[in-house]
Design a binder for this molecule. Structure first.
Ligand SMILES: Nc1nc2c(ncn2[C@@H]2O[C@H](COP(=O)(O)OP(=O)(O)OP(=O)(O)O)[C@@H](O)[C@H]2O)c(=O)[nH]1
Ligand SMILES: [Mg+2]
Length: 209
């Protein structure tokens, strides 16, 4: 997901870094490309706009103009703004709830939910020493439930057995009973890809919740 964004940023930066000096037009062009890269990475329009608006006055400030390497300074300004924007410190995942703790992965189609479910399961098992069960609620895409099952087999993480034709809400109920029986402390629910404009699928998410 982040690889495209990284590549785009690198392209923008390499052209800025090459320039011995930068005028407002070049900075504008660079910032426009940064905004474009953020939008292509599904960052919302407002967030991308604000990001670029925060960077621009700094990028056109005296510090840059007098700097011997203006491109490098812009890279630093964008980096500082990204750190500022994403948060300077990591916060630990909060698992303080009565087990089974349920987590749900949601996102656009093909954004990496199923793969991330498996990675997260492995991480929580190895680093937090928790017993995990993964559950697929993707009853729409053919073989989606088998995809999670197969990942579970590869990394040796329990998955809820698939029952053909069951609806997500019922799968959730079955998952919680199964966790109470098999002692899973965390249930990771992998969901079908959806967009906010798909009202039926958004209401399904509320029911699952
Ligand atoms: N390069 C790269 N590819 C990834 C990453 N995560 C997932 N993929 C690939 O992206 C594709 C989609 O990943 P999935 O995990 O199936 O995505 P999804 O969000 O579950 O997709 P849907 O269930 O169809 O909405 C697969 O081919 C994955 O191998 C990643 O971190 N890097
Ligand atoms: Mg999936």
């Amino acid at each position: 997901m982040f690889e495209n964004l990284t590549n785009k940023f690198e392209e923008v930066f390499s052209s800025l870094k090459k320039a011995p000096s930068l005028d407002e037009k070049q900075v504008d062009e660079g910032l426009r490309n940064i905004r474009q890269a953020l939008l292509e990475a599904d960052v919302s329009l407002n967030v991308a706009k604000n990001f670029v608006e925060n960077v621009k006055p700094k990028a056109l400030g005296q510090e840059i103009v007098r700097s011997t390497s203006p491109g490098q300074m812009i890279v630093k300004i964008v980096y500082d703004e990204l750190v500022n924007f994403l948060g300077e410190s990591n916060s630990e995942i909060n698992l303080n709830a009565v087990p089974p703790v349920s987590m749900m992965l949601v996102g656009l189609q093909g954004s990496g939910k199923t793969t991330t479910t498996a990675k997260l399961a492995k991480y929580l098992e190895s680093n937090k020493k928790k017993k995990i069960m993964m559950v697929s609620l993707d009853v729409y895409r053919p073989a989606a439930q088998e995809q999670l099952k197969s990942l579970g087999e590869q990394i040796n993480i329990l998955t809820l057995p698939v029952v053909e034709g069951q609806l997500p809400e019922d799968i959730c109920r079955r998952a919680i009973s199964a966790a109470n029986l098999n002692g899973a402390e965390i249930i990771l629910f992998d969901t079908a890809g959806r967009t906010q404009i798909d009202l039926q699928m958004m209401s399904e998410i509320k029911q699952i919740e």
